[in-house]
Design a protein around this ligand. Sequence first.
Ligand code: ADP
Ligand code: MG
Length: 147
Amino acid sequence: MGRENELAAVTALLHGHRVVSTVGPGPGGRGKTRLAHAVGAAAEQRSVLILDNCEQVLTGAAELVSALVSLTHDLRILVTSRAPLGVSSEAVHQLPALGPESAAELFARRPARCGRRSNCRTPRSRNCAPPWTVCRWRWSWRPPGCG
Ligand SMILES: Nc1ncnc2c1ncn2[C@@H]1O[C@H](COP(=O)(O)OP(=O)(O)O)[C@@H](O)[C@H]1O
Ligand SMILES: [Mg+2]
């Protein structure tokens, strides 16, 4: 959701580079793993290896990636991590935070996915429900028509 540009950017990077790292600072939840899955599903290349959540094992992952790059001819590797691996042939893609509209949409949809009734049926009600209130606090953003 709201990641069309990033999907296109990472896919394009994978065409030109053997190793692409999608990185984002701060706590998890930015959407690196989700994006990597989407890129993998859309990849036209036959062999794209996804190494997800490498931040805990950065040194080992860097060694593995370097070895795989030199042992193979056309394997592409997509890494997600908080910071780049620092290997040669690595293109780094910085994943920005989700824009406020997509973030608010995602936030509002999640209660429904756990089977809970969302108290946020409409962003337009006068009495803005909690997700929208948080979005307003976090981004000074309110949905159109929400006073
Ligand atoms: N753009 C998005 N659209 C839909 N769901 C998303 C999006 N970004 C993140 N999520 C969801 O938020 C949660 C955290 O995302 P995740 O990809 O695991 O973050 P990260 O890998 O950066 O820690 C997951 O449940 C993921 O599916
Ligand atoms: Mg992750």
